[in-house]
Design a protein around this ligand. Sequence first.
Ligand code: SF4
Length: 422
Amino acid sequence: MQAAYNDEMEIYIHIPFCVRKCLYCDFLSAPADESARMRYVSALKNEIINRSDKEVWPAGKMPVVPSVFFGGGTPTVLGAGDLSGILSLIKERFNVKQDAEITIECNPGTADEEKLSVLRRAGFNRISIGLQSTDDEMLRKLGRIHNFEDFLRIWKAAREAGFKNTNIDIITGLPGQTLRDISITADKVLSLEPRPKHISLYSLIIEEGTEFKKLYDEGKLDLPDEDEERKIHWNIIDAFENAGYRQYELSNLALPGYECAHNSGYWTGREYLGFGTGAASYLRGIRYADTRSLDEYVSFWTDSPAFNEPSFPKSICRKPEGIAASEERLFGPLSEKETLTESNLMEEFMFLGLRMTKGIDTEEFKKRFGKDIREVYGDIIDKHMGEGLLIKRDGRLYLSRRGQDLANYVMSDMILEKNISV
Ligand code: SF4
């Protein structure tokens, strides 16, 4: 287990609002009126202020922050002033690197050039736009609020506002989607001017509690079968790789030098602090998640400026074990807290590392855990290499394409023990 804070720590901000709920979505997001959004912004700022207090960091020394990510929901549902204000507070309270990657997620229909220009001037330097499909009929079936024309408008606005580092989200395995459909999507994205620097591909998963789950149960979703879905997945990856992109993670491709720093940090085990409902933090081998209840979150952090006053509801603010007393200020109401054992950390190293196409460095495993990887995973590695799912080369271990298709099967073999929740 890690004994001290790392030198670097990422920051994630969760904005749980959307214009309307998409039919397939189970993210922590919902429509909200202006006054609910205002209350949330004010609570969020209080959470940032309380959790950034210099007293809570060892010897007053904060890690350097190489990336900040505003995700959701749809962050751009908030006004440019609110988003800029939150970012400037983070910069004021944390040790954000001069050249940090600062991403904002945005959906067509929630921003224009003026808003994006304000965000760019405030310091956001990467924009991630949810396109999902270039087919208007598909967008309608998904319950998206935009069509492809709306996307083109925001694409132009982002360019005019000066965003050069851009990502587009695309979903594969959609109802009725064919190989021809996905080729058209790839062609349309590749004909954008300028081309996006990064592509995130998501395979549609039917999640509990969504409208899609109901339609699926009623037999009304015509999903491609598993083989077809995999063909669609590899077809679009090949189209982008042929155009100069490189798949660097199971679901992500980038032009050289534009891999997402924030997500890469996450996959390599960097620590992070998350702010907002449901946002996860990972510090010194312990993972936390803020409460998922908007009401509990807002009421706790709205009341919290007077942390040192006797009325402060410390009973709600759980003090994580093994962390100095002053550090209880790092946390408000939690929905999760999990102390990772050494076995859990090894599993994470394997799960996250194998998500990347460069795989894991077997020497790095030894450095972190003081054990040869073969002592722990020798039999499992041999089994999956024998099945052609894992490849070993130059001291690295990574998934073959077939291994990527069967990633869940390979990963499930990496589990050493049941996680311990406290
Ligand atoms: S915009 Fe994104 S977060 Fe919001 S409902 Fe749609 S998929 Fe979910």
